[in-house]
Design a protein around this ligand. Structure first.
Ligand code: SF4
Ligand code: MG
Length: 317
């Protein structure tokens, strides 16, 4: 089985001064298969959004490659680039800043249709209506401006915009974290239904594991620009191996208080170290309760511990 998206040793640096480089993403590899949802999880600053932006070509990698359908996305011809712009979309974290407040819903959602299809104005309008219905907004909203909508409604408009050109792959960058808790589940369920209906593939970025649990087939955990663990969802939640994943999971509130007492809570101590000029050691060493001498001298590689389950920790070797 060939992956739809292959990320191969991707790195993205940002030069912040003469001798300071922020290594936002450092040597990250993973695959995404058609029709699945891969959750990409980690604290803010771990490089998950930067990875997502490299996948949709908003950023150019410093090193490594992103392949879409087997082809390096940086090597596209003009025609291939046009196709890529249709097939690959992004839904942004902040529905307040990602939509132009002075554009009508019809124009926001219709922009991509105008750009990428030869539909007549009338047909384009019908398509916009259909898209709005798909995301639970009536056509009576067509000529309203995006600033007139609530956060949840704006995110629905953002989703309709992403769907307008019949994409295959969508990077969802924390699509619900700016929304009211009461509507988060609605938006997640909508994304799930749309995926089934339209055969979409998602990279779903979130900062905590509870959010991706219900939507992801596989989960990748990032810490300071590197992948520390990846597995299918069931395995990751039942049998986490990396101390950082365990700590993230123990921070999820447990519904059953009896369970909460017996389950071990792992406290992460210390600050997240800076990704600027990082040392060549385990990047979690400064906060890990199990740190050993070698963790401070060498960087553990991401290795397969059991089929489909990878972790980067000397304890797992
Ligand atoms: Fe902790 Fe060492 Fe494993 Fe890093 S390699 S997570 S410091 S035990
Ligand atoms: Mg982010």
């Amino acid at each position: 089985r060939k992956p739809l998206v292959r990320v191969d040793r991707l790195s993205k640096d940002f030069r912040i001064s003469m001798n300071e480089t922020l290594k936002a993403v450092a040597d990250v590899s993973f695959d995404i298969y058609k029709g699945e949802t891969v959750g990409l999880v980690g604290e803010s600053g771990c490089g998950k959004s930067t990875t997502g932006r490299c996948l949709v070509k908003l950023y150019e990698p410093t090193a490594g490659h992103v392949y879409y359908n087997g082809k390096d996305i940086m090597q596209y011809t003009k025609e291939e680039q046009k196709e890529f712009c249709k097939k690959v979309q992004m839904i942004f974290q902040n529905p307040y800043s990602s939509l132009n407040p002075r554009m009508t819903v019809k124009d926001i959602v219709g922009e991509g249709i105008q750009l990428h299809t030869k539909l007549s104005n009338r047909d384009a309008e019908v398509k916009v209506q259909e898209l709005l219905e798909k995301v639970g907004l009536g056509k009576e909203h067509m000529s309203r401006f995006s600033h007139e909508f609530s956060g949840g409604q704006r995110q629905r408009i953002g989703i309709a915009r992403a769907l307008a050109v019949d994409p295959q792959f969508i990077v969802c960058d924390e699509p619900i974290s700016a929304l009211d808790v009461s509507i988060q589940a609605q938006v997640i369920n909508m994304l799930k239904n749309l995926q089934e209906e339209m055969g979409l593939t998602y990279l779903f970025i979130a900062h905590d594991l509870s959010v991706v649990k219900y939507i992801s087939d596989r989960v990748i955990v990032m810490y300071l620009g590197t992948i520390v663990e990846s597995a299918d969802s069931d395995t990751l939640y039942k049998n986490p191996l990396h101390p950082y994943t365990k700590a993230l999971l123990s921070a999820i509130p447990v519904a059953d208080p009896a369970k909460a007492k017996t389950s071990q809570r792992i406290a992460i101590t210390g600050e997240i170290p800076s990704p600027i000029n990082p040392k060549d050691c385990c990047r979690f060493a400064g906060r890990c309760p199990y740190v050993m001498d070698k963790c401070r001298e060498h960087m553990p590689e991401l290795k397969e511990v059991e089929p489909g389950h990878k972790a980067a920790c000397f304890l797992c070797e």
